[in-house]
Design a protein around this ligand. Structure first.
Ligand code: GNR
Ligand code: NI
Length: 171
C-alpha cells in the first residue's frame, strides 16, 4: 500500500477526461487500495483517480461517520438526477483550504461496478449524492471552483499558486 500524491488546482492535468476502466485486474485492485488509503489519510470523503493523475473512471467514497464504509465506483454513470437542487458548502482535496457553495441535485442514481466486478445501481441523497456528483465531475475534468464566478475562481487560482510557491520554498 502507498500514499499517492494529490494534484492541486490549478494543475491543468485536473482537466483531463478519464477513460473507462477496461478490466478490474490486480493493477486496478492495488490502485483502489492506494486510493482508499490516500483518501482516509487526507480525511476526505471521496477521491477520484483524476486527482492522483490516473485518468480512468474510478472513484472511492466514504461518507460514513466512522470512516468504515468504503464505496468503490468503477465506470460510474449517473442514470438519474432528481429535480430538487440545494446549495451546499463544498471543499476538495485538490483545492486545499477553499470552501464555497455549489448547487447540486439532492438525489441521484448511479450505476457502477464495484471491486468484485458486480454492476449495481446506488440510490443516493444528502452528502453521498453531493459527493458522487463532485467525484463524477472530476472524471470529466471538472473541479468545483468552475461553478464559481470567474472573479472568485481567479482569486482562488492566485492564492493556491502562491501557496504552492511557499511550499516549494520550504524544501
Ligand atoms: O473531502 C471532501 N469533502 C467534500 C465536501 C463537500 C462536498 C464535496 C466534498 S469531496 C471532498 C474530497 C474530494 O476532493 N473529492 O474529490
Ligand atoms: Ni474533489
Amino acid at each position: 500500500m502507498a500514499l499517492l500524491t494529490i494534484l492541486r488546482y490549478p494543475d491543468p492535468k485536473l482537466h483531463t477526461v478519464a477513460k473507462p476502466v477496461a478490466a478490474v485486474d490486480a493493477r486496478i485492485l492495488a490502485l483502489i487500495a492506494d486510493m482508499l488509503e490516500t483518501m482516509y489519510d487526507a480525511s476526505g470523503i471521496g477521491l477520484a483517480a483524476t486527482q492522483i493523475d490516473v485518468h480512468v473512471r474510478l472513484v472511492v467514497i466514504d461518507t460514513s461517520e466512522d470512516r468504515d464504509q468504503p464505496l468503490v465506483l468503477i465506470n460510474p454513470e449517473i442514470t438519474w438526477l432528481g429535480d430538487e437542487r440545494v446549495k451546499g458548502e463544498e471543499g476538495c482535496l485538490s483545492v486545499p483550504g477553499i470552501y464555497d457553495g455549489v448547487e447540486r441535485a439532492t438525489q441521484v442514481k448511479v450505476k457502477a461496478m464495484d471491486a468484485d466486478g458486480q454492476v449495481r445501481t446506488i440510490e443516493a441523497e444528502g452528502l453521498l449524492a453531493v459527493c458522487i456528483q463532485h467525484e463524477l465531475d472530476h472524471l470529466m475534468g471538472k473541479v468545483f471552483v468552475e461553478y464559481l464566478s470567474p472573479l472568485k475562481r481567479n482569486r482562488i487560482k492566485t492564492k493556491l499558486l502562491k501557496a504552492l510557491r511557499d511550499d516549494e520554498e520550504e524544501d
